[in-house]
Write a protein that binds this ligand. Structure first.
Ligand code: BLA
Length: 521
């Protein structure tokens, strides 16, 4: 039934991923409280990697245990450099060595904890690959759709070569947090995932938040046994101190996600976050059926490539917004003049010949197929619109709905069931209210868009994003990624942010008029 599934998904959303007390065994962890050099947490595999017993490390100052740490600093600025929150993780190649050889260190610190993660150093044989410059092509911002397609494919292919993973996907989030594979590079013979849609619940919000703080996440082998973290309980403390693993790359993987990877036949996963304007725009996800552990400098080189993409997207969106803004300026001015003309004609009791021009401009303002201008009880409509009675019913519904100045939906029939009778004219509605507090009448602009049936191919039935294990009381992520085709009806093309911007600007011009009229003698 639906209930336990929803409960399970809620539980996933509550899972405190960053507070797990385990790491993956591909490295070791030393950690302490921000601002304090004492080692208070240590992964249980430290002895095997460093050749020292945990008791000789826990409670000691990190700087005493590693006299060489941190390199490149004088004693006086040591504390400032590394034990306080900083925006960037720091890489220390070949920081120390132990029975297993040379180790690379990775240091991070947030408001709660500093973390020093150690992993096998980059082998000599991979140095050339790690220090190869990033292809300069990636620093050039594409400007057309076809250039974007080529750019994405080039990045995915380059990452597949650089990582040796079998599959590299650019995975883009949509407004409803579901995601779509928009670009893919894969080893010949594998089934493509290009174009597939995955539900939002496949990546809980908590995991998304961690991607905002981290540029990548590596899972070298989902079958690897996690390693516990030992903590030092200080004098007078009854419980182990909190350890915040938000910035850790070794952080053990959630059991639910391990199951998910198994169901997808993935053994190693490596993903990079694409952050645009503080928002997680998407992920670049790499899959491999065999275990695969990429040395830190190689991962960092891939991160730089992914950040070039993030910057290119930001740059493109910014440029696009400026273009739209200047184009809409001119447009809105024309519409506004026509509007005034028509109002003046009306006020003088003249027949107005501005009406057809007004209709055309109104429709083009936001790319609608029908529009209406409602003044109190009367209205003028343009092109493909619902019946007069249906328009009145919509207006009444809208007015009792909300006080918002702007209302937009691309699925009106779902919110307002009578609209099911005319989906061909009004599956999408954009409404703008213009009213001054001293003005008794309500003026509304309505725009409609027709139904546009959409076909989405989901990787598995999204309603079964979680399944109950047969016979067991356990719930697990869905086991089937069989294609599941959904056709949505009663939906229109959504109103874009620039449609809404134009509507909003138009509204403010009209309001300015009202104010000017009120002030004029
Ligand atoms: C994490 N889920 C993730 C991650 C991805 C996905 C990319 C980030 C970790 C990683 O890179 O492996 C999902 N992976 C995908 C998708 C594609 C892909 C959509 O390759 C498409 C091609 N997962 C579920 C359910 C829950 C869940 C029902 O399906 C819980 C309700 C949880 N997913 C879950 C958790 C994590 C996760 C907890 C975080 C894992 C971690 O970082 O420890």
């Amino acid at each position: 039934s639906e209930k336990p599934l929803q409960g399970f998904i809620d539980e996933c959303e509550r899972e405190q991923l960053h507070l797990t007390r385990f790491i993956q065994p591909s490295g070791l962890l030393l950690a302490g409280t921000a601002g304090d050099a004492r080692i208070r947490h240590l992964s249980a595999n430290a002895a095997e990697w460093l050749g020292r017993q945990p008791e000789t490390l826990l409670g000691q100052a990190l700087t005493d245990c590693f006299p060489e740490f941190p390199p490149d600093t004088t004693a006086s600025d040591q504390a400032v450099r590394w034990m306080y929150p900083s925006a960037d993780k720091q890489l220390f190649p070949g920081l120390c060595s132990g029975p297993a050889g040379l180790l690379d260190g990775w240091l991070s610190c947030n408001d709660n904890n500093w973390l020093l993660e150690l992993e096998p150093a980059l082998p000599e044989s991979q140095r050339l690959a790690a220090y190869r410059p990033i292809p300069h092509r990636l620093f050039r911002m594409p400007s057309s759709e076809s250039e974007w397609t080529r750019y994405g494919q080039f990045l995915a292919d380059t990452l597949r070569e650089a990582t040796g993973f079998e599959r590299v996907m650019i995975y883009r989030f949509r407004d409803d947090d579901s995601g779509e594979v928009i670009t893919e590079s894969l080893e010949p013979g594998l089934e493509p995932y290009l174009g597939l849609r995955y539900p939002a619940s496949d990546i809980p919000q908590t995991a998304r938040d961690l991607y905002l703080a981290n540029s990548h996440r590596q899972i070298p082998d989902r079958r690897a046994e996690p390693v516990a973290i030992l903590s030092e309980t200080g004098p007078g403390e009854t419980r182990s101190p909190l350890l915040d693993l938000s910035l850790s790359d070794l952080r053990a993987v959630s059991p639910v996600h391990l199951e998910y990877l198994k169901n997808m036949d993935v053994t190693a996963s490596l993903s990079f976050s694409i952050v645009v304007g503080e928002r997680l725009w998407g992920l670049i996800a790499c899959h491999h059926r065999e275990p695969r552990d990429l040395p830190l400098p190689l991962r960092e080189r891939c991160v730089a490539m992914c950040q070039a993409l993030s910057l290119a997207i930001s740059g493109f969106q910014g440029a696009q917004r400026l273009l739209e803004l200047s184009a809409s300026e001119e447009y809105i001015t024309r519409l506004h003049e026509t509007m005034r003309q028509s109002d003046e004609d009306y006020a003088r009791g003249h027949e107005t010949d501005a009406t057809p021009a007004l209709g055309k401009l109104l429709l083009e303002l936001v790319g609608a197929s029908g529009a209406a201008l409602v003044d109190g009880n009367s209205f003028t409509s343009f092109a493909q619109v619902p019946e007069p009675a249906a328009i009145r019913a919509q207006v009444a519904w809208l007015l009792e709905q909300s006080e918002e100045h702007i209302f937009a939906t691309n699925h009106l029939p779902e919110l307002f069931p009578p609209a099911r009778a005319y989906v061909d004219r009004a599956s999408g509605l954009l409404a703008v209210r213009v009213r001054h507090f001293s003005d008794p009448g309500e003026r509304l602009f309505l725009w409609w868009r027709p139904e546009q049936p959409q076909t989405v191919t989901w990787a598995g039935d999204p309603r079964k994003s979680a399944l109950s294990d047969q016979g067991q009381q356990m719930l697990s992520p869905r086991a089937s990624f069989e294609h599941w085709v959904e056709t949505t009806t009663g939906h229109s093309e959504p109103w874009s942010s620039s449609d809404l911007l134009r509507a909003r600007k138009f509204r403010s011009l009209l309001l300015r008029d009202i104010n000017a009229d009120l002030l004029s003698p």
